[in-house]
Design a protein around this ligand. Structure first.
Ligand SMILES: [Zn+2]
Length: 166
């Protein structure tokens, strides 16, 4: 899978950075880090850091060769097509878990309001949503915007995940 799709590029840019994507784009064929640096006009030291990040995420691999004269090793890097999709899926799944946790917290933190005060969800539930003091019904105190926002994000991410699942 190439990183051609805009949505997937955005996800990858979010989990890593746009510079990482630029490096991945360069590595259609095995290349030395200096070559990548020259093509992108970025310092080789920065390119090496980016390559190491990508390697930690298993998105690139390298072939090492020893220079017989100097005894130094040189590295040729290439991207791992097979891992890119998995990386995106993992990132999105992790994001969904985080949002679900947030959603649970939002729901646990719901407040209810009657004519005389505000109580938490458990309190309102115990009294069957009628205040024992003033006799009025408890109503949701928040406007629910936070919850709606989280639900919307979960739905969006889920549809991306479904679109790349085979
Ligand atoms: Zn009341």
């Amino acid at each position: 899978m190439t990183v051609a799709n805009d949505v997937l590029r955005r996800v990858l840019g979010e989990s890593l950075s746009d510079q990482h994507i630029a490096v991945i784009d360069q590595l259609t064929e095995p290349q030395y880090d200096e070559d990548v640096a020259e093509s992108l006009g970025i310092k080789a030291t920065i390119i090496r850091t980016l390559l190491n990040d990508l390697h930690e995420n298993s998105l690139v691999e390298y072939h090492r060769t020893k220079n017989k004269k100097t005894g130094w090793y040189t590295y040729k890097w290439v991207r791992r097509e097979d891992r890119i999709k998995k990386h995106i899926q993992d990132h999105l799944s992790q994001k969904i878990s985080m949002l679900q946790e947030q959603l649970e917290q939002e729901n646990n933190g719901l407040s209810f309001k009657c004519n005389c005060g505000i109580v938490d969800y458990h309190n309102a539930m115990e009294n069957m949503f009628i205040c024992q003091s003033c006799g009025s019904a408890y109503k949701r105190y928040e406007d629910g915007k936070a919850v709606d926002g989280i639900v919307q994000q979960i739905t969006e991410i889920n549809s991306i995940l479904q679109s790349i699942a085979e």
